[in-house]
Design a protein around this ligand. Structure first.
Ligand SMILES: [Zn+2]
Length: 135
């Protein structure tokens, strides 16, 4: 099996994988009241965010591989593509939700007005979208 085929095969699996974000991105984070556990929660959420970012990268690579194979072969991969696309959109929504919760748990941290990502202290430009920081 060639590289592209392998990529497309694993991409087909991606859409079927059940993800377990329920405990993290759900209501659980909002119920926490103690400061110390908030800190642990933020660390956990940031770790979860990293995992989701990796999954996002995998999904996007998978979409590319499926699309490429679809364009160059006889395989009809429309269903797999659609499933992976909707799965990825769902993932993006969950990432935004998690991002919001992380920000809510860190009232001191400043956030980019444009993309909502956390800003490094004293930075003049957002390191994610490049927008200038306004106070
Ligand atoms: Zn930004």
């Amino acid at each position: 099996m060639g590289f592209i085929q392998k990529m497309a095969e694993s991409a087909k699996q991606l859409g079927n994988q059940a993800r377990d974000f329920s405990g993290i991105a759900g209501d659980k984070a909002r119920d926490i009241s103690k400061k110390s556990s908030e800190l642990i929660e933020v660390t956990k959420m940031k770790y979860e965010m990293k995992k989701m970012e990796r999954e996002m990268e995998n999904n996007l690579a998978g979409i590319g591989a499926l699309y490429y194979q679809q364009q160059s072969g006889q395989d009809d991969l429309t269903k797999e593509l659609e499933r992976l696309l909707s799965d990825t959109k769902e993932l993006e929504k969950e990432m935004k939700e998690l991002e919001k919760q992380i920000v809510e748990l860190q009232p001191g941290a400043s956030v980019c007005a444009d993309c909502g990502k956390e800003l490094p202290t004293g930075g003049k430009y957002c390191s994610f979208c490049g927008k200038q920081v306004v106070d």
